[in-house]
Design a protein around this ligand. Structure first.
Ligand code: ATP
Ligand code: MN
Length: 463
């Protein structure tokens, strides 16, 4: 069976051509004139194709009149100009073959608007809805744009491990990986003896590919990772998943300023690509999900990003004439309400905050000469606040060693990371971007569970 995708038909001026299409029925309307209109969607585009089925079709009564939402069909016929509104062409059917029925009594996706919460419970069917089809296409376009951006710039795509023996930022919140039988864990001094485990020591799912990406940057120059990461944060928020995808570029011979420039260029590139290639889907989100998404993205493509230091940012926040839920003072973490205030009220656009206090950032960030702040950068955007977090990395052996110790970690656990500072160390920088946060931002969807096909969150591993 050679079929033509509906997206191809909608793109070309195909009137007069004979085609075979295949898809799932969205609606059927029967006209008194003795024919039916069937709208089918094949996932290739938001828009479906209208099929005109005449009563002369041999299976009109036996099959066509029984088609319901969710049935799968192949249709062969000729494309003709459509007199109706909403489409320029329709398919005049010569044959309609039913591939699979869908019982209307039990098919969960009926022709009405379902809540996102309900749809999460039918994740095997939700990609057949407009919203989830559009999310899947935007994700695809964004992922392609990300690879293209880095490839055009000569960055190498590095595959960092998913199973790891190291804990990137020394923070907890990792998933343990083990083949030990929970019913009879071998013990040593009353504690689990992981020397008898699969890897001969504790192992976890990675929270970030950064440290390994640094290894490759310090050999290959410019690299990036784009892979799954895992965090066992038991926070049921609309912005956190237990499994999400992260993009982490890392550049050798690059300071914080170069890092900021890359992050800004990167975001603009991805937004512009998606605006250009997902016109229909973005119009859909703009109409039904958030009436400002297109404008916001278009602005970001054009706007300057204002760079200022954390210290300057905190001064502006202290002067602000609003009551924040979390009070702000130098040294405290900047919350998303503060980030949004800076973007939305002060600068009316995206902001890059740099040089954060060392105590609220990770151990590997490069120390500034003041001994109090580190070369961190967060890219903040209206509506969600932080979208990218990055830094110039500490490249001095002694400083890094003492930072690791100060944070209460064991330098032996980081021996190879430290050695990179001993043998041919160079200034290097990079950042991390959560792919789902990016998709959330671009689509306007309020819950991160709706921008990944199969969300993993506390208490939920279905599908
Ligand atoms: P947050 O404060 O939002 O929890 P974070 O400071 O823990 O984020 P990083 O450790 O810097 O974030 O991770 C880099 C990026 O990964 C973040 O900017 C964000 O886009 C994304 N991210 C972090 N945690 C999650 C999560 N649980 N689910 C989805 N994306 C996440
Ligand atoms: Mn977090």
């Amino acid at each position: 069976m050679r079929r033509t995708r509906i997206s191809e038909i909608l793109k070309s001026d195909a009137v007069g051509t004979h085609v075979t299409v295949a898809g799932w029925v969205r609606t059927r309307r029967d006209s008194k004139g003795g024919f039916s209109f069937i709208e089918i969607n094949d996932g290739s585009a938001l828009q479906g194709l209208q099929i005109v089925a005449d009563q002369d079709l041999s299976n009109y009564r036996s099959h066509v009149l029984k088609l319901q939402t969710g049935c799968s069909v192949t249709v062969e016929g000729t494309l003709v100009p459509s007199p109706g509104t909403g489409q320029t062409v329709e398919l005049k059917a010569d044959t309609i073959q039913v591939l699979g029925w869908a019982d209307p009594e039990s098919y969960p996706l009926q022709k009405k608007r379902h809540s996102f919460e309900f749809l999460r419970g039918v994740a095997h069917l939700r990609p057949r809805t407009n919203t989830f089809g559009a999310v899947a296409r935007v994700r695809n376009a964004a992922a392609f744009a990300i690879h293209r951006f880095f490839q055009e710039k000569g960055f190498l795509y590095i595959h960092t491990p998913i199973l790891t023996g190291s804990d990137c930022e020394g923070a907890g919140e990792m998933f343990r990986v083990t083949t030990l039988d929970p019913a009879s864990v071998p013990l040593k001094n009353g504690r689990a003896d992981y020397s008898q485990d699969f890897f001969g020591g504790p192992s976890h799912l990675t929270v970030s590919g950064q440290l390994e990406a640094e290894i490759y940057a310090l050999a290959m120059g410019d690299v990036y990772t784009f892979g799954p990461t895992f965090r066992a944060e038991n926070s049921n928020t609309s912005r956190h998943l237990a499994e999400f995808w992260m993009i982490e570029p890392e550049m050798a011979f690059c300071d914080l300023e170069g890092n900021v420039a890359l992050a800004v260029e990167f975001l603009k590139y991805v937004f512009a690509h998606v605006l250009e290639h997902c016109v229909e889907d973005m119009a859909f989100f703009n109409r039904f999900i958030d009436k400002s998404v297109i404008q916001t993205l278009e602005n970001l493509v054009k706007q300057e990003f204002t760079t200022l230091t954390y210290t300057e940012g905190v001064k502006l926040l202290e002067k602000a004439n609003v009551k924040f839920e979390f009070p702000i003072a130098w040294g405290s973490d900047i919350q998303s309400e503060h980030e949004r205030y800076l973007c939305e009220k002060v600068f009316n656009g995206p902001v890059v905050l740099i040089d954060y206090p060392k105590d609220i950032k990770a151990f590997y960030m490069k120390m500034n000469d003041d001994g109090k702040t580190v070369r961190a950068m967060d890219v903040l955007v209206p509506r969600i606040g932080e979208i990218i977090g990055g830094s110039q990395r500490e490249d001095g052996y002694d400083i890094l060693h003492s930072r690791i110790t100060q944070m209460g970690f064991d330098p032996n656990d980081y021996w190879w990371y430290l050695e990179l500072r001993k043998f041919g160390s160079v200034p290097h920088s990079g950042f991390g971007l959560g792919f789902e946060r990016l998709i959330q931002f671009m689509t306007g969807l309020s819950n991160i569970r709706d921008v990944i096909p199969f969300p993993r969150t506390p208490g939920n591993i279905a599908f």
